[in-house]
Design a protein around this ligand. Sequence first.
Ligand SMILES: NC(=O)c1ccc[n+]([C@@H]2O[C@H](COP(=O)([O-])OP(=O)(O)OC[C@H]3O[C@@H](n4cnc5c(N)ncnc54)[C@H](OP(=O)(O)O)[C@@H]3O)[C@@H](O)[C@H]2O)c1
Length: 276
Amino acid sequence: MTDIPRLRFHDGNSIPQLGFGIWQVPPTVAAEAVESALRVGYRLIDGAYLYMNEAGLGEGVKKSGVPREDVFITTKVWNNEQGRDKARASVERSLKTIGVDQLDLVLIHWPVPSQDLYVETWRAFIEMRNEGLMRSIGVSNFNADHLQRIIGETGEVPVLNQIELNPELQQPEMRAANARHGIVTQAWTPLGNGRSFEAEPITSAAARSGKSPAQVIIRWHIQLGNAVIPRSVKPARQAENLDVFDFELTDDEMTAISSLDAGLRTGPDPSVFKLM
Ligand SMILES: NC(=O)c1ccc[n+]([C@@H]2O[C@H](COP(=O)([O-])OP(=O)(O)OC[C@H]3O[C@@H](n4cnc5c(N)ncnc54)[C@H](OP(=O)(O)O)[C@@H]3O)[C@@H](O)[C@H]2O)c1
């Protein structure tokens, strides 16, 4: 069984550095995908109410036979459920749908600055964490100004900020902003839709180490210190993406991969995104 390193949160809890994401995993196959991910060794499942597969997440955990306390479960509150009462109802519904007494981590999915509810939502998160609905609270897609605002207005620092990060979107400033606050950076769409699988720094590191382009990219995240949550519904790829702890990229390979940064998002810009 792969020994996955853990990253420590400033609140004393910790998270596996490598986990399994379930965006776009259809509800009909979610239980099977989560069960097989846990069987190959993942111990972190990254879900969200938006993904419409929380029931499958819970079912997969139960079917896997892995004890609940050994699995780290994240979910997120969607944009149209921000605000004190709606955020609480969203977290209570996720607890019920997943079928657990407590979540390990809940994130505000996007800041949606145009509706100006993320500070109120963050206050609700603090209350719910203090009541024990979740062990830790964090955010997703927050820019430095959004982080500054919730920290300034509440004094509570998120434990983690989940942002889009891959070789073509390396976000050095956001990683530095998170680090300044002691916030773990977690990478979403970490494989970047395969856009750099054929790029020379990736293919040469893959050839040198006998690993696949996906493994080189996941290893690059690990060596940068990112938490990372790749997704595959295929058990063989789930295992492949976990098999990244028996090799190292050289400093030259890390530098060559950093040259692929083109500032190109696959997803929307958090400062303007407001889909409800
Ligand atoms: N907070 C947010 O706003 C946000 C946004 C997007 C994503 N996320 C989270 O981040 C997680 C990961 O992001 P993602 O799902 O967009 O993308 P990803 O993990 O970067 O890539 C998934 C895609 O890559 C393929 N793939 C996986 N492993 C592979 C391998 N070893 N070789 C070749 N292809 C491979 C998968 O296909 P197969 O399934 O066919 O293998 C799938 O099409 C999500 O599941 C979700 O939990 C969060």
